[in-house]
Design a protein around this ligand. Sequence first.
Ligand SMILES: CC(C)(COP(=O)(O)OP(=O)(O)OC[C@H]1O[C@@H](n2cnc3c(N)ncnc32)[C@H](O)[C@@H]1OP(=O)(O)O)[C@@H](O)C(=O)NCCC(=O)NCCSC(=O)c1cc(O)c2ccccc2c1O
Length: 142
Amino acid sequence: MPEVFRTQRFVEFSDTDMAGIAHFSAFFRYMESAEHALLRSLGLSVFQRLGDDDALSFPRVNVQCDYQAPVRCEDELDVAVSIERLGTKSVTYRFDISRGDTPAATGRMTSVCCRIEPGQTPVATPIPDEIADRLRPFVADE
Ligand SMILES: CC(C)(COP(=O)(O)OP(=O)(O)OC[C@H]1O[C@@H](n2cnc3c(N)ncnc32)[C@H](O)[C@@H]1OP(=O)(O)O)[C@@H](O)C(=O)NCCC(=O)NCCSC(=O)c1cc(O)c2ccccc2c1O
């Protein structure tokens, strides 16, 4: 069975809009911080230094979300993270966000492994084996 990483968070007052429900953009932050929490839980970081000037980073190239039910300030959300695709240079995460038994949103985000050098644009690079090996248990079955 593939592993699923689970984390919880509250809907903040600043996440909500004039309708009193969480703004659609808040879900993108929920996804991002859940991904970071997964990486930390695996002993990884969002920013891996390679040398004095060189680093690995994971800019996003695609983010998408379907919204199923509104959530409100102080609602406690469960965020379940799995990996839909672990490619050579990219990871596509899936996020199932719920409030209790009520599904609230399902999102996807693709992050690309890049080499970063000061003053240069990021260059996509294969995900190092030591990172891919830690992510692989979370790859969902086809
Ligand atoms: C990121 C790029 C440099 C990639 O360049 P390019 O697309 O030319 O690379 P490749 O063609 O080699 O493809 C690499 C890899 O990506 C997959 N891919 C590319 N586009 C898509 C897409 N639209 N959807 C899905 N997948 C895509 C492709 O299939 C390859 O994967 P394989 O697995 O098959 O090998 C370049 O695209 C670029 O610079 N884009 C702009 C990025 C950007 O500015 N994003 C917004 C800001 S990033 C950000 O907000 C951010 C948030 C965080 O939380 C971070 C956390 C940790 C680190 C960094 C963070 C961060 O930057």
